[in-house]
Design a protein around this ligand. Sequence first.
Ligand SMILES: NC(=O)c1ccc[n+]([C@@H]2O[C@H](COP(=O)([O-])OP(=O)(O)OC[C@H]3O[C@@H](n4cnc5c(N)ncnc54)[C@H](O)[C@@H]3O)[C@@H](O)[C@H]2O)c1
Ligand SMILES: O=C(O)C(=O)C[C@@H](O)[C@H](O)[C@H](O)COP(=O)(O)O
Ligand SMILES: [Zn+2]
Length: 364
Amino acid sequence: MNRIKIHLDKRLSESHEICIGYDFQDRIGLLIAKDFPANRYVIVTDSNVSRLYGKAFLEILRELGLTVDLLEFFAGEGSKTMETTLELTSRLLKLGLDRHSLLIALGGGVVGDMTGFVASIYMRSVPFIQIPTTLMAQVDSSIGGKTAVNLPQGKNLLGTFYQPKRIFTDLKFLETLSDEEYLNGLAEIVKYGLIDEPGFFEQLEREVPALRARNREILETVIERSCRIKKGVVEIDEQESGFRRILNFGHTLGHALEAASNFTLAHGKAVALGMIAASRISVYAGFLSPEERDRIEALIGELGLPVRIPEGLSLPDALERLAMDKKKEGSELPFILLKKIGIPFISKEVETSLLEKILGEMTS
Ligand SMILES: NC(=O)c1ccc[n+]([C@@H]2O[C@H](COP(=O)([O-])OP(=O)(O)OC[C@H]3O[C@@H](n4cnc5c(N)ncnc54)[C@H](O)[C@@H]3O)[C@@H](O)[C@H]2O)c1
Ligand SMILES: O=C(O)C(=O)C[C@@H](O)[C@H](O)[C@H](O)COP(=O)(O)O
Ligand SMILES: [Zn+2]
């Protein structure tokens, strides 16, 4: 098991670490008991992860003498809502959780975002731990302290910045993950290749067959490198006053597409489409070369991610959703664009007519 330390400015949050390795699930219980004493523990998970891992993990913690319960909600993005928040908080109250208790998020990004949100507001905050079980959660959502739920109007519209006490990342969880969900995580990994080192993007291009085959050795390096890229950005700008926005590459349109699909288009796939759109905008705006745009689209397609907007998704609706984006500044909606692969920048505004043109191209 390796440890990746996340150094944060202590006026805002506590520094903490990612414990990352392969097949150390049994030790996670011991480490929690030793390092995070609490009067009660609650594992929060979803219906799938509960069946696969939740009940066994509950037993491990109980055998260590801890007072633990497990709460689950129905799996899927549709559960990342205020309704689930209220349901979870009322169950925590019934269980008698107080400020000396600890929440454990066991699951993908939906579980992590939900649990972090609940932990940040329950009795004005209780500590929580992340145990990410999807590729998306291991490389992205468990790190950085963004918590959120969706509103019908748009994605992640209610949320907080609230850091976990620790992140336990065990790559063995990924062995039960479906190909669809694995692909969603790859989208955020491609994002890191585009916003950070071009060398990482080149590595991803070289390793397409290994990534598709889920080669364990390659995955270990790629996941750890992704975690280090994200933690590096968060350390510079924890609460997204500027620099952290580069992590939003592909997300402005991605989130609008997710919301317009009524959250049936998965986050990773939506981000893949958003990254293609942002690359095309970058070319039209005279920054990115068409050759680099083609390499980006080729990598996304070769990994098996979508390169075309699914039929039936209303483009006018998606464009309207942009008005709800929380990164809007007055009437302007900044976009993260690319100068080159590995060199992102924040562009003040993109013309609606250009967005219409590009989304149209990606549909026909
Ligand atoms: N906070 C952040 O910084 C951040 C970053 C990226 C994404 N997100 C959010 O994360 C969410 C997406 O996360 P996700 O892609 O993990 O989706 P998810 O949490 O819905 O998980 C995807 C599916 O995989 C199942 N699953 C989880 N672990 C499994 C395992 N080990 N084996 C088999 N099945 C398993 C789940 O039950 C679910 O059905 C979105 O809401 C997105 O907005 C947040
Ligand atoms: O951590 C960040 O910062 C990100 O932007 C990571 C994104 O991958 C993630 O999807 C995040 O939830 C988006 O945040 P939002 O502020 O655009 O809702
Ligand atoms: Zn994302």
